[in-house]
Design a protein around this ligand. Structure first.
Ligand SMILES: *[C@@H]1O[C@H](CO)[C@@H](O)[C@H](O)[C@H]1NC(C)=O
Ligand SMILES: *[C@@H]1O[C@H](CO)[C@@H](O)[C@H](O)[C@H]1NC(C)=O
Length: 465
């Protein structure tokens, strides 16, 4: 029976013009809203609760704006795909890749000029140089009395919030509290205000260049091992990760990969972290009589969390200038556990299957959407449920249901994957199907488009329960 079915499928493919395969829809990707934050902001040492799973699920429901159905009719589907993967079990013999031959990623077009596709991975790291780091760590409360705010009146009033241990200035938020750790509480955004943390050894001479070359920092990064369960993806870069999948920030008291891993492990959907040393100003040079050039530096151990992998291509934050003060980054290490993380199976779905790439079956596809942010299979499950209920409400279920139970308007299988652009996580891409497939068919890679390479990171499929 199986060979006959394959012959039939081959015959059909040969008889119809080959449509250009499109694993993902770039119009949909471009139209998807960007997340509000893609990396840690200035001024704060700790940031949690960045990803709001409830809001993400709500946006998946809102994304369904009408009825959607698959192109294959019941007869086509019956002839070619009598048996479904979820019905019979796990073997590849149970599924048919109807309507779409297995292809690999399209080759990069030779006409694409190389210059438009170059991505920076890091500034060259130089570890030589006469750098001394003998000064002990200091906490940042030694602002010189000669440094005073310029043309600035603090009009903030303080307020309290249950979530905050102490009052904070209106116009700021909880994260500002506790800097310095004793009253009066100063908002680090105020001119000349002390900046948080600074637990790393200082660099002498106090320049950005010396900081980047500081061998003490490089040794910390080079000698850090991989915490259990994580794979190291890059080591000792002079740039930190910036991506749509940002989940939070902790400032640590030492270059401690295990503590950073523990923070990731205790954060739902976190699958990677980036630990680095950042040169920050000891006090805020903005609107301060002492400008950036006068400000001494502190060294912060920053641990950022990511709801995706962290490939070297995502290390694109080389720092910035803050009113003449050079913020730079060094000793940046990346670790991820995407390959060994099994997402929690969304309720209403079953039989999770990890795929090497994406599923692409145009004839049985009901719809696809992109949700920029962390990898969250729940978003796709919610989108599928919302699409099914929109179709039910429009009466499409009963209208097209065949005697064999196939319904081109009912999603019974979905594929959720993390789409990457030039190695940087973009967000969760969802594809809904009226047919169930084995994981061995989920191998497609979008490949090159418009000078960028689109890849598939974590990819999972689910059958309706
Ligand atoms: C998360 O989003 C929901 C829905 O938009 C909102 O009601 C809730 O307050 C948000 N939670 C947090 C912690 O921001
Ligand atoms: C994850 O698995 C993919 C596919 O086998 C592989 O190419 C990649 O290198 C793995 N990533 C890590 C960090 O091990």
């Amino acid at each position: 029976m199986r060979p006959l079915i394959f012959l039939g499928a081959a015959g059909l493919a040969a008889g119809s013009p080959a449509a250009a395969p499109q694993v993902v829809n770039f119009d949909i990707i471009n139209a998807a809203p960007d997340p509000s934050i893609t990396g840690p902001p200035l001024f704060i040492g700790t940031q949690t609760g960045v990803y709001n799973a409830t809001a993400a699920v709500a946006s998946a429901t809102a994304a369904v704006i009408g009825v959607a159905t698959a192109a294959a009719n019941a007869a086509e589907r019956r002839d070619l795909e009598e048996r479904t993967f979820c019905f019979l079990g796990w073997g590849p013999a149970c599924s048919k890749n109807y309507g779409n031959p297995v292809i690999s990623a399209p080759a990069r077009p030779t006409s694409t000029p190389c210059t438009t596709t170059t991505t920076t991975t890091s500034r060259p790291v130089t570890t030589s140089g006469p750098v001394v780091t003998t000064a002990p760590p200091t906490t940042s409360n030694g602002v010189p009395s000669t440094c005073t705010p310029v043309s600035w009146t603090n009009t903030f009033v303080f307020t309290s919030d249950q979530a905050c241990p102490t009052p904070y200035e209106i116009g700021t938020f909880c994260g500002f509290v506790g800097t310095p750790s004793v009253p009066p509480y100063i908002n680090p955004e105020d001119p000349c205000a002390p900046q948080p943390d600074g637990f790393g050894p200082k660099t002498t001479p106090d320049t950005a260049d010396a900081f980047e070359k500081n061998e003490v920092y490089h040794r910390m990064a080079q000698s850090a091992g991989s915490p259990k369960g994580y794979t190291q993806t890059f080591k000792d870069l002079n740039a930190a990760v910036n991506a749509n999948s940002y989940m939070g920030l902790y400032t640590l008291q030492s270059y401690d990969v295990q503590t950073c891993a523990d923070k990731c492990d205790s954060t739902d959907l976190c699958t990677a972290f980036n630990l680095y040393i950042e040169r920050d100003p000891e006090w805020n040079p903005e609107r301060c009589s002492c400008t950036g050039e006068d400000v001494s530096s502190i060294a912060n151990y920053k641990c950022t969390l990511w709801g995706s992998g962290v490939q070297p291509g995502a290390a694109v934050n080389f720092g910035q200038t803050r009113d003449g003060f050079d913020v730079v980054i060094t000793g940046s290490n990346g670790y991820e556990k995407t390959n060994t993380t099994t997402p929690a199976t969304p309720s209403g779905w079953t039989k999770p299957q990890q795929c090497l790439g994406a599923h692409d079956h145009p004839k049985t596809c009901i719809g696809e959407k992109m949700f920029k942010g962390v990898f969250d299979v729940n978003v796709c499950a919610t989108y599928a449920a919302a699409q099914n209920s929109a179709n039910v409400n429009s009466g499409f279920f009963s209208k097209f249901m065949s005697a064999f139970g196939y319904n081109p308007s009912k999603c019974i299988f979905f594929n959720a994957f993390m789409l990457t652009e030039d190695g940087v996580a973009k967000g969760t891409y969802c594809k809904l199907f009226a047919q169930q497939y084995d994981a061995s068919f989920g191998t497609q890679v979008p490949g090159w488009n418009n000078g960028h390479f689109y890849g598939v990171e974590s990819s999972w499929s689910y059958c309706s329960a």
